[in-house]
Write a protein that binds this ligand. Structure first.
Ligand code: PGA
Length: 256
């Protein structure tokens, strides 16, 4: 993927909606708004159970379908997992990795985040690696946390694959209905600088090829101000991605 001026909006449906019928309705709204986009790249990560059926109803090229998770083993005894190869063979080109809701339910060792990222890249797929601190403390411990997390999660990435890597900075405290608030533009701006510095230390100038999204309570009400933050290549959206009125407003804002 070439780093261009186009911004990404990625929709993480998580374990929603309750039926394929509802999922198709949401997709209808997405198809409608996507038909007029010129500069927004739209990705959707539905539950794996729905993805094939949804893909069948969409013939266009504007919406990219992805998996919410990809195991690094091609096949094997891993109950409830889907592998990168299964996803690839279903025609998916993208996969979330390490969403905080997955990190919570897997032990550190079992999470296999570096392996998941590497398996996707080696197979010409695009990992959207979610990372971010659980708390933002005034003493700045989160800075070390982010450094360690990025170094660990990206340890198997080869420089030649950086152009296919997408990161999603998702401060855990700003995600989901329990979030007290979204990030402020000041917080996001300073954290983007920090992330870019960490990546520069790891890869030098080549790090500029990595796209960085923001996620955590991004919505139709704050997208305009978040879009002003320099260095943000787009958004990963949870709740607002299930409501066509809300995401239509977001995409229209990105198209301005
Ligand atoms: P939210 O979720 O937009 O509902 O906060 C974001 C995410 O978990 O990716």
């Amino acid at each position: 993927m070439k780093k261009t001026e186009n911004k990404i909006i990625a929709f993480n449906w998580k374990m929603n909606p309750e039926s394929i019928r509802e999922a198709k309705k949401i997709l209808t709204g997405l198809k409608k708004v996507s038909s007029n986009t010129r500069k927004t790249e739209i990705m959707v990560f539905p539950p794996s159970l729905y993805v094939n059926e949804l893909k069948k109803t969409y013939k266009g090229k504007k919406i990219i379908f992805g998996a919410q998770s990809s195991h690094p083993l091609a096949v094997g005894s891993r109950t409830s997992e889907s592998s990168y190869l299964m996803n690839k063979n279903m025609g998916l080109t993208h996969s979330l990795v390490g969403h905080s809701e997955r990190r919570e339910s897997l032990s550190d060792k079992g999470a296999l985040i570096p392996e998941r990222v590497a398996a996707l890249l080696e197979n010409k797929m695009v990992p959207v690696l979610c990372f971010g601190e659980t708390k933002r403390d005034s003493s700045g411990d989160y800075i070390d946390y982010l450094k360690k997390q990025l170094k660990h999660d990206l340890k198997l990435v080869k420089e030649k694959d950086l152009k296919n890597l997408v990161l999603a900075y998702e401060p855990v405290w700003a995600i989901g209905s329990k979030a007290k608030r979204a990030v402020t533009t000041e917080e996001l701006f300073s954290t983007m600088i920090l992330i870019k510095k960490i990546l520069f230390k790891m890869y030098g100038k080549k790090s500029e090829k990595i796209k960085i999204l923001y996620g955590g309570s991004a919505s139709e009400s704050n997208i305009a101000e978040l879009l002003e933050v320099k260095g943000v290549d787009g958004f990963l959206v949870g709740r607002a991605s299930l409501d066509s009125k809300r995401f239509t407003k977001m995409i229209k804002e990105m198209e301005k």
